[in-house]
Design a protein around this ligand. Structure first.
Ligand SMILES: NC(=O)C[C@H](N)C(=O)O
Length: 319
């Protein structure tokens, strides 16, 4: 039952990540400024009384449009040098979700995922079927080239070398994007979007569009968006595992740490998460070397990149 105290005590919050990994020094400034400005955009929606779903989709759309991240423009390339993207949204009020996988030529897969949730009776559309659905919804298709940056092409080429180890190399630069939010009504939502893993096989679908792996949202527990090695995340169903720990009484932070530690010890996987509960408690945690993250609540912007880093500024200060 909804308690009036819960609504009064609750402060809307949005928490954003720009991917777990190892961000080269020359790219770290762009990553942190990207997540901060996406967080601010999501928070503006919450401040105006908008929904957590609108806030997470706006934040992730901004990061998809930012070439510094592995999502939308800037996505990593598959083995054939092409972009195939995965995305998911989930609404904690209804447990409704929408996802797309292996989708091509779409600038904002997160918006297509939302259309899958809002306009179809399905939870996930894949590959050409997802593109056909996009056409039927009037979502414009963009040239493949417009999603490819010089940086992603350079890394793709580097990883074609016979002695390359794409999994090792990309532990470095994962850059998937995601967000979770709680709105003024206590509704939680999540959104996650990715180009997947560097030099992946054509048709490879990662954790991101899989419910419970790339994200999960339930008003009765909280919401999570994940990033990291997709095959490891799928083995432990990372997002739902965190919510399970919260159901057992753990805080957002402890639940996130427990699940990430389990993924590391059990399957050797590294990753990161952003987590909220319906009361507006939030956490940004990772087992990788870095994860660009930012959060906005009570007119304060919080952000960090390395473990233990936590900076704050007023939401209105220049980024
Ligand atoms: N960068 C990432 O987080 C990658 C994503 N989880 C995937 O495996 O597709």
């Amino acid at each position: 039952m909804e308690s009036i105290f819960r609504v009064i005590d609750m402060f809307p919050v949005v928490v954003v990540h720009g991917g777990a990994g190892h961000i080269p020094k020359e790219r770290s400034e762009n990553s942190t400024s990207g997540v901060r400005s996406a967080t601010r955009a999501g928070y503006t929606i919450l401040q105006r009384g908008g929904s957590s779903m609108d806030a997470v989709v706006e934040a992730v759309t901004q990061l998809e449009n930012n070439p510094s991240f592995n999502a939308g423009c800037g996505s990593v390339l598959n083995i054939k040098g092409e972009v195939e993207m995965d995305a998911i949204v989930m609404d904690g009020k209804t447990l409704g979700s929408g996802a797309v996988s292996a989708v091509r030529n779409i600038a904002n897969p997160i918006q297509l995922a939302r259309l899958v949730m809002d306009k179809t009776g399905h939870a996930c559309l894949t590959a050409e079927g997802a593109n056909q659905f996009a056409r039927s919804m009037g979502v414009p298709e963009v040239p493949l080239e417009s999603l490819i940056t010089d940086y992603s092409r350079m890394r793709w080429k580097k990883n074609l070398a016979p002695d390359a180890n794409p999994v090792e190399c990309q532990m470095g630069k994962m850059g998937t994007v995601g967000a979770v939010a709680v709105d003024s009504e206590g509704n939680v939502a999540c959104a996650t979007s990715t180009g997947g893993m560097l030099n992946k096989m054509e048709g490879r679908v990662g954790d991101t569009p899989c419910i419970g792996c790339g994200g999960y949202a339930d008003n009765q527990v909280g919401a999570v968006s994940t990033t990291g090695h997709g095959e490891a995340i799928m083995k432990v169903v990372l997002a739902r595992l965190i919510l399970f720990h919260m159901e057992q009484g753990q805080s957002v932070e402890a639940a996130s740490d427990l699940a990430l530690a389990y993924m590391k010890s059990r399957v050797g996987g590294l990753g990161g998460v952003v987590t909220v509960d319906p009361q507006g408690q939030w956490a940004a945690r990772f087992s990788s070397l870095q994860m660009a993250w930012a959060a906005a609540q009570k007119d304060t912007l919080h952000y960090g990149l390395y473990t233990g880093e936590h900076f704050t500024q007023s939401i209105d200060d220049p980024l």
